[in-house]
Design a protein around this ligand. Structure first.
Ligand code: NAD
Ligand code: AHE
Ligand code: ZN
Ligand code: ZN
Length: 374
């Protein structure tokens, strides 16, 4: 049976810096090597808010945002071989084609097969599958999960075990995987290390649990919102620090507190000032700092080059260095056996109509993660 166009609800971002609007949209059938997914759950990540704020150089409007989604395959286009109708899937904004130079390299997860069209808000053939009131809507991050149905490239869907609860494992589509993966894959934190995590949202708390699993002996959580500290401690933080409690720059405070700084630091906020602080909180000679946070258009990082000359390393992480289709299913297994914690991080669930409230609760610091259930 050939699939037709579906009319369904979506949260449409008509322009930057405005509320999302729940609209009826048309979602065309998947073309060759495309998959249409019935989205059942999606987290709201700070990156969605970043793009909505208008500071993402790749932000295009009108669009359907959302990139932390899980659902069930509704229909498939020609030549799709990796999933079938009814499969449970996670949509991955970092796809894995398995064939490009990036996929073949063990040094990166950044498959580039469809990166150009993904950044341009269209499917790999250069066209879009969404319309609303006769207008084309852009896709977002190759996923667009703030819709009841979405169309994604086949290399962007990860088939997962059917007993994994989609309303929880949707967070593996971004926040949880990113934080844990950055610790494991990008920094390769060793047992006995000292670690500091700047920013205790969904990403930072996942870095904390990653550090605990890696056997770090000291794990500092740093946040200007002390309401995040209890969860950080539950997930493995040994010390929590609020920069607002100190008059000196936070890097100076931390270097003094630790007698020299950390083996590894992770910036999970997205501000260039805290990126600098995270780098300068590293131990002379060997400390490594990983930028995970996404900073706005035109922003640049800086530090004294002497910081690097004297042995500190600055690196970055996208999706925790995780190769999506080959590595996510194993991480879902880790969740299913209780090693990776997700449930604790879901502060509140929302129906689609209340999605703007989920953004508000993230901005006000009430939520670690809000999840929209369809
Ligand atoms: P979040 O909003 O849930 O958490 C951010 C935390 O930072 C909050 O707890 C906030 O109180 C804290 N914070 C803000 N300013 C601070 C400051 N000056 N000092 C200390 N703490 C401060 O965000 P999130 O969803 O966890 O995402 C974190 C960052 O990571 C964002 O920039 C997001 O865009 C980015 N991100 C990147 C990737 C990647 O693959 N590189 C993946 C996911 C998210
Ligand atoms: N569009 C932005 C970059 C945004 C960015 O860095 N995205 C991260 C994922 S954030 C998920 O919450 C990422 O994986 N980047 C790798 C990539 O290829 O986009 C800009 O600055 O243009
Ligand atoms: Zn994200
Ligand atoms: Zn590839």
């Amino acid at each position: 049976m050939t699939a037709g166009t579906i009319t369904c609800r979506a949260a449409v971002a008509w322009g930057p810096n405005s509320d999302l609007v729940i609209e009826e949209i048309q979602v065309q059938a998947p073309k060759a090597n495309e998959v249409r997914v019935k989205v059942l759950a999606t987290g709201v990540c700070h990156t969605d808010a970043y793009t909505l704020s208008g500071t993402d150089p790749e932000g295009l409007f009108p669009t359907v945002l959302g990139h932390e989604g899980a659902g069930v395959v509704e229909s498939i286009g020609e030549r799709v071989t990796n999933v079938s109708v009814g499969d449970h899937v996670i949509m991955a904004y970092v796809p894995e084609c398995g064939q490009c130079n990036f996929c073949k390299s063990p040094k990166t997860n950044l498959c580039q097969k469809i990166r150009t069209t993904q950044g341009a808000g269209v499917m790999p053939d250069g066209t879009g599958r969404f319309t609303c009131k006769g207008k084309d809507l852009y896709h977002y991050m190759g996923t667009s999960t703030f819709a009841e149905y979405t169309v994604v490239a086949d290399i962007s869907v990860v088939r997962i075990r059917e007993d994994a609860p989609l309303d929880k494992v949707c967070l593996m589509a971004c926040g949880v995987t990113t934080g844990i993966g950055a610790v494991r894959n990008n920094c390769k934190v060793e047992p006995g290390s000292t670690v500091a995590v700047f920013g205790l949202g969904g990403v930072g708390l996942s870095a904390i649990q990653g550090a605990k699993m890696a056997g770090a002996k000291a794990i500092y959580g740093i946040d200007t919102n002390p309401e995040k500290f209890a969860m950080a401690e539950t997930l493995g933080a040994t010390v929590c620090v609020n920069p607002k409690d100190h008059s000196k720059p936070i890097q100076q405070v931390l270097v003094e507190l630790t007698g020299g700084g950390f083996d590894y630091t992770f910036e999970c906020i997205g501000k260039v000032e805290t990126m600098r602080a995270a780098l300068e909180s590293c131990h002379k000679g060997w400390g490594e700092s990983c930028i995970i946070g996404v900073a706005g258009s035109g922003q640049e990082i800086s530090t004294r080059p002497f910081q690097l000359v004297t042995g500190r390393v600055w690196r970055g992480s996208a999706f925790g260095g995780v190769k999506s289709r080959s590595q996510l299913p194993g991480m879902i297994d880790e969740y299913m056996c209780g090693d990776i914690k997700i449930d604790e991080m879901i502060s509140k669930t929302y129906p689609l109509k209340d999605i703007n409230q989920a953004f508000e609760d993230m901005h006000s610091g009430k939520n670690i993660r809000g999840v929209v259930l369809f």
